[in-house]
Ligand binder design. Sequence first.
Ligand code: MTE
Length: 300
Amino acid sequence: MAHRWTNKLTRADVTPEAVFLNRRQILAGLGAGAVVGLPGRSAAMEDLEPNTLEEISSYCNYYEFGTGKGDPKENAHMLTTDPWTVTIDGMVERPGDYSFEDIMSRMTVEERIYRLRCVEQWSMVVPWNGFELADLLDLAGIAPEAKYVAFETVLRPEEMPGVKIPVIDWPYVEGLRLDEALHPLTIMATGIYGKPIPNQNGAPLRLVVPWKYGYKSIKSVVKITLTDSQPPTAWNKYSAREYGFYSNVNPNVDHPRWSQATERRIGDGLFSKRSPTLMFNGYEDEVASLYEGMDLVKNH
Ligand code: MTE
């Protein structure tokens, strides 16, 4: 479908296509110091070296399967992801249940390499496969009165051992303003490294909003509702003071209990140097205009 792709921070910028697959090995051979001297590489792009599938699928947040970083990998195989339907309702022209197969048959899946910055001060870089959320919403037809998009994760206590504990008010819910949802950087991911997305990363489809803290990127979505009022979000219900609706990555706005100025990249080792966190997670050129004139401290 016809949505343009404006993210400048793509793999093509980072390294010539042909070199990509061997890049880790090449870098390992050169030693980290050699990377810095390569011409035309900004610090932001340096950060876009993808993590391995092993790293991405082993260190996860998916509290429905437990709160430990390794719990989702242990437990998420219990989730049945086929058959899967996404209910799209509310202020849409064609409300209904859309099967995953039907969605996939109508979407063009492409690769997007995004940095994921967690509110817990770590980050990783993931080569997602997916399609723009805007294209999925087009299927249902957005009604003119819609202003927000609400999302809901599947809730199956018999398959999700973590929901026995009321860490948050299940099901996990999230929300975006409609213009954020329609932004070409906002995708529904269905794969990683060209393979179906691992259950622990949100199979069969999950939201990815790269300029926001990771908790906005809700996993295993079963319901999308278009509405005219700001939807509740799981972490905001848990603590409104700590987790705002917007949750844009912002190194200048601390979490009440810790700084958000720097991050540790997963895979770099516990004693590696922390990197400065970038405004909007490095996507400032693409998304800053969405928030023009807004107080980003108040609207954190
Ligand atoms: N979605 C659901 N349903 N449950 C969760 O616990 N955790 C969020 C987000 N989506 C979460 C979720 C958080 S805190 C982060 S950082 C990302 O998923 C982590 O995605 P990853 O495990 O694929 O890296």
